[in-house]
Design a protein. Structure first.
Length: 142
């Protein structure tokens, strides 16, 4: 992987982060039922982390000579709280895996600062994933 390919991959990550912001914001607005207060708060609490990831990626893309995307990936449709949580679990798992890979790619290019930041972002996403999985246990275990 060269720097131009890394910039393209970071732009893909940025598109996913933009999608995550929209996903959490939309799900917070749409969630209904007896778990609404808890889930609305949970969804809204994730928005700042995802926004910070997007801001970092956009700035790093520019620093590396690229042009940050403004087009998010599509947000999965979800109507029920369980569907929302399932979609978030999948997105957070994918984000963790992308950042772990991207960190290794940055390391190979000798970009230590980017490597460390991506590792931190992978950790954030794994925490989001784990919390979502704990919430989902209520639906999966009955």
């Amino acid at each position: 992987m060269n720097q131009a390919q890394l910039v393209a991959a970071l732009n893909d990550d940025l598109a996913y982060e933009l999608s995550a912001v929209i996903q959490y914001m939309t799900y917070a607005a749409k969630v209904s039922g007896p778990s609404r207060p808890e889930l609305k708060g949970f969804f809204e609490a994730e928005i700042p982390d995802e926004t910070a990831h997007a801001q970092y990626l956009a700035a790093k893309i520019v620093a590396l000579g690229g042009d940050p995307t403004t087009t998010p990936k599509p947000v999965p449709a979800a109507e029920t709280p369980k569907q929302m949580l399932d979609a978030i679990l999948a997105a957070e798992t994918e984000a963790h895996d992308r950042y772990a890979l991207r960190s290794a790619q940055a390391e190979k290019l000798g970009m230590k600062g980017l490597q460390v930041q991506l590792e931190d972002m992978a950790r954030d996403e794994s925490e989001h994933r784990d919390e979502t999985a704990r919430i989902l246990r209520r639906w999966n275990d009955g």
